[in-house]
Design a protein around this ligand. Structure first.
Ligand code: ARG
Length: 458
């Protein structure tokens, strides 16, 4: 026995754990980051045990004091992690008993690592959701600041990546703000379901001790207490929900990344990236590459992968706890880190974009983007929309054949297609006028954009 490292569960075992098993089952390198939550949860648990007289108050005082010292040891990097520490819970309990002796062993009364880890992850995720929601809001502010700096910039709006109709650049940016608003509200919803206390479930069936989960929930800021012990230790759907929300948010960021890649290309030239946020080529001296935007796009693969990894781990697991569930943390932490990194780099980069309003304006009318407006003009003169569409289609075809634009056409040219064209059509055919006419709710007109920014408090 003396040569063996003592394990919390070693009582039943006659032989030491094979080192390969130790390495294979250990989760400490991954779950180490849960330590503040593990300690916080243990303090609340211990105080409840004392309040309910499950352990003597004097013991609880010593335990809580030692837990606080352990917090300082880990924070300051002085904590000695041992390879035999299976996970963060064991490492902390081992140190607790080292510090205060066998009385430290009272902390785990009425608790299992199964409900303990479920608690730690919920505390962690709740904090992360709050941080991510703030970072999303910061990114919205960055988008809004670019929009406000270029309130009149007009660009081509696309469908099928073909020029479609002129829009305000600000309106385009606000579309991403709307997506981020929904991403934030999805996380807010998810937070409600995360914010439930699983502690008290014990290993699976509940505990024989007269615990007070409500008091623990109150101390830790949970809004409710789990109503089924098997569910409390065996379910991870709230994590899956978070990973799904992170995957969706990543998809939105990826679309923004893709647009930054396109816009900063030679061919579009709508923006140029700040030097501090672009990278060069080791071979081609002229290159300035949009690697940040590309990586934001590329990292979405991990966010999707993490969701699928967890769902796959959960599928077909019998109730309640299975060690498979330990595999929940790597994808969870990776999605948190990946999403936060993407949000923060975009937030820093966007306000420094140089926006080429001239290039956008030039592109805004290329490709007959005012054709819909020309048809709408005829509709204003009483022509049924279908006929107007047909007439303008012919005008466009004629322009293409003669290599001209709609603006090149004289009023006489236009009247060959319809007698309803009059001299005011020339003023009608500007991208500024086209944008300003789209005042209907949600349309690209400037007052809509300004109002939406105000409503959102951005
Ligand atoms: N490290 C474990 C996990 O993350 C903690 C729970 C261990 N429970 C057990 N019965 N072995 O899931």
């Amino acid at each position: 026995m003396s040569a063996r490292v003592h394990k919390a569960w070693s009582g039943r075992f006659a032989a030491a754990t094979d080192p390969r098993v130790e390495a294979f089952t250990a989760s400490l390198p991954v779950d180490r980051r849960l330590y503040p939550y593990d300690l916080e949860g243990s303090v609340a648990h211990c105080q409840m045990l004392a309040a309910r007289r499950i352990i003597p108050r004097a013991d609880a005082v010593r335990i809580v004091r030692a837990l606080r010292q352990i917090r300082v040891e880990i924070d300051s990097g002085r904590f000695a992690w041992l390879p035999s520490d299976e996970d963060i819970h064991m490492a902390i309990e081992r140190r607790l008993i080292e510090k205060i002796g066998p009385v430290g062993g009272k902390l785990h009364t009425a608790r299992s690592r199964n409900d303990q880890v479920a608690l730690d992850v919920r505390l962690y995720l709740r904090d992360q959701i709050d941080a991510i929601r703030q970072e999303m809001r910061a990114l919205e502010k960055a988008l809004a600041s670019v929009a406000r700096r270029h309130p009149k910039a007009i660009m081509p709006g696309y469908t099928h990546l073909q020029p479609a109709q002129p829009i305000l650049f600000a309106h385009h940016l606000l579309a991403y703000i709307e997506m981020l608003e929904r991403d934030r509200s999805r996380l807010e919803d998810c937070r409600e379901r995360v914010n439930v206390l699983p502690l008290g479930a014990g290993a699976l069936a509940g505990t024989t001790f007269p615990i007070d989960p409500k008091a623990v929930a109150k101390a830790l800021g949970f809004r409710a207490v789990s109503q089924n012990s098997l569910d409390a230790v065996g379910s991870r759907d709230v994590l899956a929900e978070f990973l799904a929300s992170a995957a969706i948010a990543g998809m939105h960021l990826s679309r923004l990344g893709e647009e930054l890649v396109l816009w900063s290309s030679q061919e579009f030239g709508f923006v140029s990236l700040p030097d501090a946020f672009a990278t060069g080529s080791s071979m081609m001296p002229q290159k300035k590459n949009p690697d940040v935007a590309e990586l934001v796009r590329g990292k979405t693969g991990r966010l999707y992968g993490n969701l699928v990894a967890l769902l796959t781990t959960l599928k077909g697991l019998p109730l309640a706890y299975n060690r498979d569930l330990q595999e929940d943390k790597a994808p969870l932490f990776d999605s948190v880190d990946t999403l936060r990194a993407s949000l923060s780099v975009l937030e820093a980069m966007l306000p420094q974009l140089a926006v080429r309003e001239d290039r956008m304006r030039e592109a805004a009318t290329a490709g007959f983007t005012l054709a819909t407006d020309l048809a709408d003009y005829l509709v204003g003169r009483g022509v049924p929309f279908r006929q107007a569409h047909e007439v303008v289609g012919k005008v466009v075809r004629d322009c293409l054949a003669r290599n001209r634009t709609l603006q090149d056409l004289s009023i006489e040219d236009l009247r060959r297609f319809s007698p309803h064209f009059a001299s005011d059509v020339r003023r009608w055919l500007s991208p500024e006028a086209a944008v300003a006419r789209r005042r209907a709710p949600g349309g690209t007109a400037a007052p809509n954009v300004a109002r939406r920014l105000r409503t959102l408090g951005l």
